[in-house]
Ligand binder design. Structure first.
Ligand code: FAD
Ligand code: MLT
Ligand code: ZN
Length: 474
């Protein structure tokens, strides 16, 4: 594979790129560029000479055609909420921002499909589904700014994957601009279309390294008639896993979310979060935020109350509160979604986005906690995450009063200890956030060598000049 140019494009080449989108949408002002060069965790600082904001698929195609001919590397960017550095230009690549491609081209309530351009913000897609009495179930803490293109490109998981699947399973068709500017149109609203290799899926989770997704056909679902949200104190992760199995077997409806939260990280939320309150009267070691949805108007409330009562009898539930209103349910979710931000004031945080078989969650958490505290005495493991997906955010906050940089410098060392335990349980070192720059070296070491070779073959064939998001994933 040829290597892309490694220096900023010359002014006359930049002018050719700017001419495609018009000067107004060719951003070079350092102050305007700055927010696109940093990411939410403050781990990375990027560099670029220009951010392009194409307003049509044709403009994206013209940009990539010129980039490919001149071997100019580009980084696609949506909402810039990615957590592995995939959307940040590290070597002066041009940023191609998809945020102007924000049209919802069609909502077909009868076929249960919605055709969105990549720059549509997730929350807007959710609202468009609700407007036709349907549900687009993808839901994550960043939904107010992440985009459909980014969700597809990272194959995002989120808090409803338990019932509806990850982004890949919510997609029926895609439109992709390839490295040479050709447009691949696989925008089908069909559940069945067995016509050769299923090319759609190679772009989902490819993190912008195989093409730029410009639109997608998404699945819609019946909007639930009743949703019940419970905040439950449990004695242990093992109790949480047993309660999940019971809930799935017993409640009248579908368990759509089941989020485990350790007390320590909830205290970060209460301490640092904007208007976060403890939903229960006294503190407990672990919590589950669970949601059940039903198509029956009289819904799952009674069976959920019965489940929690039975759970208390069986020692699985210490205390619980069922949201009495939509506002109260929103307050529970607000607590959950602030966890990403409210770890920051506690200093350095070494992150893990890992998955293990659901049954292994309790042992994984116990072993990883012991191993990390042994490695760095005083460090504070604060696991939380999506139990039904086996996906734990095993984040470790620095010891109180420690030097933040010295703690963060041990990132790989801590990762290696935790990932060894993940491997012991046949888990994954990247459950939903992807690889980006953060885990590229880990992927090269940990992934099956035949799989890695096939990924490299794909990359060489689809992006022979290496212009698409170089240095990410592979
Ligand atoms: P960006 O950050 O802009 O880009 C992400 C990657 O996709 C980059 O590699 C970029 O190059 C590529 N890309 C972007 N748009 C395109 C396109 N149109 N075509 C090709 N490539 C493209 N993630 C989860 O999975 N589950 C969670 O529960 C979750 N919770 C989060 C909570 C918070 C508070 C935050 C800040 C993040 C969370 N994330 C979560 C991570 C992040 O929100 C997701 O990865 C999201 O899908 C990124 O979307 P984005 O539009 O911000 O993409
Ligand atoms: C979440 O589920 O909140 C995120 O994926 C985890 C994180 O922000 O660390
Ligand atoms: Zn998550």
């Amino acid at each position: 594979m040829n290597s892309p140019l490694r220096h900023a494009p010359a002014p006359d080449l930049l002018a050719r790129f700017a001419a495609i989108v018009g000067d107004r949408y060719a951003v070079t002002d350092p102050a305007a560029l700055a927010p696109h060069l940093i990411e939410g965790r403050g781990l990375y600082n990027g560099t670029t000479s220009m951010l392009l904001r194409p307003g049509s698929v044709a403009e994206v195609a013209a940009i990539l055609k010129l980039a490919n001919e001149t071997r100019t590397p580009v980084v696609p960017q949506g909402g810039n909420t990615g957590l592995v550095g995939g959307q940040i230009p590290f070597d002066g690549e041009l940023i191609v921002s998809l945020t102007r491609l924000d049209k919802i081209r069609e909502v077909d309530a009868t076929s249960n499909t919605m055709t969105c351009e990549s720059g549509v913000v997730l929350a807007k897609a959710q609202d468009a589904a609700t407007a036709v009495d349907r549900l687009f179930p993808l839901s994550l803490g960043a939904e107010g700014s992440c985009t459909i293109g980014g969700n597809l490109s990272t194959n995002a998981g989120g808090t409803a994957a338990l019932a509806y699947g990850i982004t890949r399973e919510l997609m029926l068709g895609v439109e992709v601009v390839l490295a040479d500017g050709r447009i691949l149109n696989l925008l089908r609203k069909l559940k069945k279309d067995n016509t050769g290799y299923d090319l759609r899926h190679i772009f989902i989770g490819a993190e912008g390294t195989l093409g730029i997704i410009t639109a997608a056909v998404l699945k819609l679902f019946p909007r639930p008639r009743a949703v019940e949200t419970a905040f439950v104190a449990v004695p242990s992760p093992a109790a949480a896993v047993t309660l999940l199995n019971l809930a799935q077997a017993r409640v009248g409806g579908t368990v759509t979310s089941f989020e485990l939260i350790i007390r320590e990280v909830m205290e970060f939320g209460i301490k640092h979060g904007p208007n976060v309150r403890d939903p229960l009267a006294s503190p407990h070691p672990w919590y589950v935020l669970m949601e059940v949805a039903s198509q029956q108007a009289d819904g799952p409330r009674d069976s959920l109350e019965q489940l929690l009562a039975d759970g208390a009898e069986a020692g699985l539930v210490i205390d619980a509160t069922l949201a009495a209103s939509l506002d109260q349910a929103k307050a529970f979710w607000h607590l959950r979604h602030t966890l990403t931000e409210t770890q920051k004031p506690e200093g350095g945080s070494i992150k893990h986005d890992v998955s293990v078989p659901v049954a292994a969650i309790p042992d994984f958490l116990a072993e990883a906690t012991a191993a990390v505290i042994k490695l760095i005495p005083g460090s504070r493991p604060v696991p939380f995450g999506h139990v039904g997906d086996g996906n734990m955010h095993f984040n470790v906050s620095q010891p109180i009063g420690a030097d933040k940089d010295a703690f963060i410098a041990r990132w790989s060392e801590v990762n290696d200890v935790v990932d060894a335990i993940v491997t012991k349980y046949n888990g994954s070192f990247s459950a939903e956030h992807g690889i980006g720059k953060l885990k590229r070296d880990k992927l090269a070491k940990a992934k099956d060598p035949v799989a890695l070779e096939l990924m490299r073959v794909l990359k060489r064939q689809l992006d022979p000049n290496g212009i698409l998001n170089p240095g990410k994933v592979l």
